[in-house]
Design a protein around this ligand. Structure first.
Ligand SMILES: CC(C)(COP(=O)(O)OP(=O)(O)OC[C@H]1O[C@@H](n2cnc3c(N)ncnc32)[C@H](O)[C@@H]1OP(=O)(O)O)[C@@H](O)C(=O)NCCC(=O)NCCS
Length: 189
């Protein structure tokens, strides 16, 4: 497979994001939603978060094959230097290096912005997601048992955490995505 291009997401990527994730909502317990989302919901969330958190798209021959994005871990401001990260690769495009390409760029942008901790919430079991996160230095930080009920089964959720090297120092202000990532087209991994 051709190496994917990774760039900042744009408004017109939202229908493809919605389609990729709706597949996992409909067919797996990896996402705890039970109802499909709409492109408009994705658009509103992207508009709300895109200045402060990177949202990336991976394409191959102009087709969207994956997405990775960050968002707040919690709203209270002492959490400002922590971000939750999420990644999805289109069904049929997994295990071809797309998740890796997306996270390489996503984590580099978050580091440059000044985030100190990234957190991933993984519905278990999910060996692919666990291996991807651990490849990027995330460490297991605990499991909540039977906190979701989907497809007639209780599901556990695990937390994985990655911490920056300068965690002891007092953090500065978070820089915007535009400041560190440039224009959508300039953000190539
Ligand atoms: C998890 C996911 C994003 C990984 O992306 P991907 O493009 O398939 O992964 P990559 O090809 O980049 O693989 C990166 C590494 O992850 C690990 N990995 C990926 N798929 C794996 C699998 N099925 N089993 C075990 N390890 C796996 C490997 O360490 C791999 O490196 P390697 O191929 O050099 O051994 C993808 O499988 C996916 O979208 N799954 C469904 C949605 C999901 O679970 N998202 C995460 C929510 S927390």
């Amino acid at each position: 497979m051709t190496t994917p291009e990774v760039r900042l997401a744009q408004a017109d990527d939202m229908p493809a994001f919605c389609k990729i994730v709706n597949h996992y909502i409909a067919t797996t317990t990896l996402n705890f939603r039970t109802q499909a989302q709409t492109p408009d919901e994705w658009l509103k969330e992207w508009q709300r978060l895109r200045e402060r958190y990177p949202w990336l798209v991976a394409t191959v021959d102009a087709a969207v094959v994956g997405l990775a994005y960050a968002g707040p871990w919690k709203a209270r401001s002492a959490y400002d230097w922590s971000a939750e990260v999420t990644v999805y690769v289109a069904d049929g495009a997994r295990r071809q290096g797309i998740g890796k390409a997306l996270y390489e760029r996503l984590l580099a942008i978050l580091d440059a912005q000044g985030y100190r901790t990234e957190l991933a919430v993984v519905a278990l079991p999910n060996p692919a997601s666990v291996a991807l996160h651990e490849f990027f230095g995330f460490r297991p930080a605990g499991v909540l048992q039977a906190v979701g009920f989907k497809f007639d089964a209780w599901c556990d959720v695990g937390f994985w955490q990655r911490q920056g090297k300068s965690i002891d120092a007092k953090p500065g202000p978070i820089r915007s995505v535009q400041e560190v990532g440039g224009s959508p087209r300039a953000c190539v991994g």
